[in-house]
Design a protein around this ligand. Structure first.
Ligand SMILES: Cc1cc2nc3c(=O)[nH]c(=O)nc-3n(C[C@H](O)[C@H](O)[C@H](O)COP(=O)(O)OP(=O)(O)OC[C@H]3O[C@@H](n4cnc5c(N)ncnc54)[C@H](O)[C@@H]3O)c2cc1C
Length: 467
């Protein structure tokens, strides 16, 4: 979407002048750099920060925060900028703090299955680094996002059905608070009953409470055996019911992803696949050779009862990687399908027993509103996404997309679900936060005010204006 008119905080010139002395060339006010740090791929109006600082240590982040705090200048943390709800936009201007150069893996504790990383480490970089240990980090949003950004949006991905989300996998944090203090939250111990859980408060706080400068994560052993498969269904309902029954029967499936027929067509074209153009599940099983076989047989039986075809298996690592890369590239496939169109990515999550109702009614809405909106999802968690394609030459298209999103979120809330399972609130889902949480939003706002009384950390996000 277009750039919005710039807004400058009152003391931005003094803030930039002081930061320039410390950071020299690592502070940029160039339009292209500011645009890269204020504009995501979403349909949200982009507001650019006044300057971007490339921090290389916790001490440098602390300096930036102390200077900004003195001038009450907004600070927006930046990892890789792949968030989807206007999270990195700077509606009140201010300083974008890019932590991508803080990209060291600091400690691998093999015996304890954990790792300490700086926030700019990306998920792929981490897995590459620890590969020789026989351990892996499972959380895999489609983009190669930073661990700091993933922590801040409480991200998940295709493995969450088995391994959980960032909520379950962050053990401890180091943060710089809005008053410029460095704090450690949490410990490496697997459990603790000592006081309020500040780690979980910061996980998903979208940069509104402070800047994360170190993250301690859980790791897992690479399973002895892994097998992936695709399974095509005659109906969307059959595919979704297979997911529901698989989860309800307690099969410890590692990945179970839905792509509707429109999404399969788009993936085929973009990733040079030749899947039957039908509603399809992408599945993966982890365990011993015997347990993988047993799990696959159980799910195949459930799928057959629901109109699914025979599993097309991939056991070779290279083929599996190709299949999952195609799944991760689904959004780019949709963008390529409608060249020049905008892309509105949105997600909801419902209790598993309500998933079929939610997806089928949403599919009907897509047809009724005459929109192109492929459905894809981490359905084992009850989570699914739409990438609603927005035709810039059709003035009604954005309105229809908005209506579709409204209906989908209202339905998810009615069914006991949430307005976002993993993308977060940013700017795009503020209005739904109140519908979802009601009075308890006032408690969230009180926490925000207590930690960041001057509202300098990513202001305008999650709640909108705070007064
Ligand atoms: C193609 C594609 C597929 C995607 N698939 C998924 C998916 O499957 N699952 C999923 O969950 N998401 C998905 N996403 C969204 C995105 O990848 C995640 O939201 C990711 O967690 C963002 O990480 P980032 O490093 O890009 O963060 P950024 O976009 O840079 O920042 C995100 C937010 O976190 C804050 N932040 C960043 N770093 C820090 C820090 N160190 N301290 C404090 N705050 C910080 C920012 O201020 C901002 O509010 C997808 C995005 C794309 C483009």
């Amino acid at each position: 979407m277009a750039l919005a008119a710039a807004v400058h905080p009152p003391h931005i010139d003094e803030t930039i002048a002081e930061l320039k002395v410390l950071f020299g060339d690592r502070l940029s006010t160039a339009a292209a750099v500011r645009e890269q740090h204020g504009k995501d791929i979403s349909y949200h109006e982009a507001h650019l920060p006044d300057a971007v600082v490339f921090a290389e240590s916790t001490a440098e982040v602390q300096k930036v925060v102390q200077i900004c705090a003195r001038y009450r200048t907004p600070i927006i943390a930046f990892g890789t900028g792949t968030s989807l709800e206007g999270h990195i936009s700077a509606p009140q201007g201010g300083i974008s703090v890019d932590v991508s150069r803080m990209n060291q893996v600091l400690q691998v504790n093999e015996a304890d299955l954990d790792v300490v990383v700086q926030p700019g480490v990306t998920r792929k970089q981490l897995n590459e680094y620890i590969r020789a240990t026989g351990l892996f980090f499972p959380i895999d949003p489609g983009a190669d996002a930073s661990i700091g950004g993933m922590t801040s949006t409480r991200a998940s991905g295709t493995n969450a059905v088995r391994y959980g989300t960032m909520r379950e996998n962050v053990l401890a944090l180091q943060v710089v608070t809005p008053d410029g203090r460095i704090m450690r939250l949490g410990r490496r111990a697997r459990k603790s009953a000592a006081g309020y859980d500040l780690v979980k408060l910061f996980v998903g706080s979208e940069g509104t409470l402070g800047i994360i400068t170190e993250i301690t994560l859980r790791l897992y052993g690479i399973p002895e055996a892994m097998a992936a498969a695709t399974c095509a269904f005659e109906s969307l309902e059959g595919a979704v019911n297979t997911v529901i029954q698989t989860i309800q029967s307690g099969v410890p499936i590692a990945r179970i992803e839905l792509l509707d027929d429109i999404q399969v067509d788009s993936v085929n074209r973009y990733s040079k696949m030749s899947l039957p153009v039908k509603n399809t599940l992408f599945l993966e099983f982890h365990g011993t050779e015997a347990s993988v076989k047993e799990q696959a047989e159980m799910v195949q039986a459930i799928a057959s009862d629901n109109g699914g075809g025979s599993f097309a298996f991939t056991t070779q690592a290279e083929e599996r990687t190709r299949m999952w890369q195609a799944r991760h590239d689904a959004a780019w496939a949709n963008k390529a399908l409608k060249a020049g169109w905008g892309m509105w990515a949105t997600d909801v999550c419902v209790p598993i027993s309500r998933l079929a109702e939610c997806i089928l009614a949403t599919k009907n809405d897509i047809v009724a509103l005459d929109l192109v909106a492929p459905i894809v999802g981490h359905v084992g968690d009850g989570n699914f996404h739409l990438t609603i394609m927005v035709d810039p030459d059709d003035p009604t298209c954005l309105k229809r997309a908005d209506a579709l999103n409204d209906r989908m979120v209202a339905r998810a809330l009615e069914l006991g679900g949430t307005c976002t399972g993993e993308h977060g609130v940013g700017l795009g889902k503020i209005k739904y936060l109140y519908a979802e949480h009601g009075e308890s939003v006032s408690l969230m706002r009180a926490v925000k005010r207590a930690i960041d009384p001057d509202n300098i950390m990513n202001p305008g996000k999650i709640f909108g204006p705070l007064n």
